[in-house]
Design a protein around this ligand. Structure first.
Ligand code: AMP
Ligand code: MG
Length: 421
């Protein structure tokens, strides 16, 4: 019991249900709608001659306290809201650039600068929005770009274009709170991404445009944003501006032309998808098939990023009949999380080291949708070692039922190829 004046009821939907006398005190009990006591109040009789009319003692029952604490802020709730906002704004910026790029002539399509501008612009925007939305948290961001080239004389024109693009996006999407960023603000926001990550504290992990090859071709790309806490991915958001809202899997005809998906997941809370233009979301699950003949698999569009020969040998050993679905970026993780396909195989060529920003967001979306993400030897991915993921040979993703046979097929195919795990 503690003595104080109750000033608020912590949002409880409660009704007072009676009182009783205990000696010279009145006791009131407040319950919830299931008649469980949540607050007990004791009003003591006023001793003659004292100035205070009465004293109020109250106590909260512990289940109520727990409920109040959890309903006021679930872990990572505000971080998730900020991440969704940041990724959505960055997606708007990238959509604008991709549209202009695809309308441009052949000559300027081979010019790399639109991608550069969108890459930097997306990173600046995500960094700016996260820092603005979460002012009370120390801010650490691991991301691909730094502002070195933009600070040179030769980078001034590009920096101006990036700043205009960031400001245009903020002005059109957040007109009510818009104040223009300067070029210096943009440089600073980009340089926030210099963190090395690691196993201590919190680090945002960003790929501002994952799948730049797809972005240039007019195909799939993603803005991929994850949060590490003590080396573990605790939330992830994948904005996939060109991904249809309905299945892209083999044998499945897309029933709508609408594109633009936002996948998001928080540790222990499931995975969800909404339209990039919408507010309502649905829970997503990986497919639960255990039959490889019903399973199709995703892989990189670019053979330079993942061995198509090896994945076809794995698929054959496993008994997968369907041809591969080849798309760029972590949109593969998003599509898999809603059951468009059952497997994702990624086998980079010798010497390539995977970066954490290419898997952080995607892996939690799939894991929270019930899937498993491991390296080719079945080890979980370790995001706690800095910018790189040290994986054995490749990364494989599927559901619980198919994983044991997939691991066997991978081992066999790698042995045949002469690669050791
Ligand atoms: P994807 O679109 O799935 O092929 O993967 C795109 C990502 O692959 C890019 O964001 C790069 O970080 C990464 N990447 C770049 N070069 C390579 C490479 N040689 N092998 C594997 N991945 C690469
Ligand atoms: Mg990438």
């Amino acid at each position: 019991m503690k003595m104080c004046t109750p000033t608020r009821w912590l949002g409880a939907r409660a009704v007072a249900v009676g009182s009783g006398r205990t000696g010279d005190c009145s006791c009131f009990c407040v319950t919830n709608f299931r008649n469980q006591p949540i607050i007990t109040t004791t009003i003591s009789a006023t001793p003659r001659g004292t100035r205070r009319p009465f004293s109020v003692f109250y106590s909260y029952s512990s289940p109520f306290l727990a409920a109040a604490a959890s309903s006021s802020s679930m872990p990572y709730d505000k971080e998730l809201a900020a991440a969704k906002k940041a990724a959505t704004l960055a997606a708007r910026l990238c959509q604008k650039v991709q549209k202009a790029l695809l309308q441009s002539d052949v000559h300027s399509k081979s010019d790399k600068s639109p991608v550069t501008v969108a890459d930097y612009g997306s990173q600046a925007l995500v960094s700016f929005v996260l820092e603005r939305e979460l002012p009370s948290e120390p801010f650490s961001l691991v991301a691909e770009e730094d502002s070195g080239d933009l600070r040179k004389e030769s980078g001034q024109e590009t920096l101006k274009r990036i700043t205009e693009l960031v400001n245009d996006t903020l002005a059109s999407e957040e007109s009510d709170r818009f104040t223009a960023l300067t070029t210096e603000d943009v440089l600073r926001a980009i340089d926030n991404g210099k963190s090395e990550g690691g196993s201590v504290g919190r680090h945002w992990v960003l790929d501002p445009i994952d799948g730049t090859k797809g972005f240039v071709r007019g195909d799939q790309y993603a803005i991929a944003l994850g949060l590490l806490h003590e080396g573990k991915v605790v939330l992830g958001v994948l904005a996939c501006p060109n991904l249809p809202l309905t299945s892209i899997g083999n044998n499945q005809q897309s029933s709508s032309n609408e594109v633009g998906c936002l996948f998001f997941a928080k540790v222990g809370d499931g995975a969800y998808m909404q339209s990039l233009n919408g507010l309502t979301h649905i829970k997503v699950h990986v497919t639960d098939t255990g039959n490889p003949e019903e399973a199709s698999f995703f892989e990189s569009f670019e053979a330079a990023h993942s061995s198509h020969d090896l994945s076809s040998s794995i698929a054959e050993k496993l008994g997968v009949k369907a041809p591969p679905v080849r798309i760029d970026s972590q949109a593969k993780y998003g599509a898999l999380s809603r059951g468009d396909g059952a497997i994702y195989l990624r086998f980079p060529h010798k010497g390539y080291r995977e970066k954490i920003w290419d898997h952080a967001a995607g892996s939690i979306v799939v894991t929270e949708a019930g899937g498993i993400v491991t390296d080719a030897a079945g080890n979980p991915l370790d995001f706690s070692k800095g910018k790189f993921l040290d994986v054995a040979s490749g990364i494989i993703v599927t559901n619980q039922k198919l994983m044991p046979s997939l691991l066997r097929a991978v081992k066999e195919a790698l042995n045949e190829k002469g690669s050791s795990l």
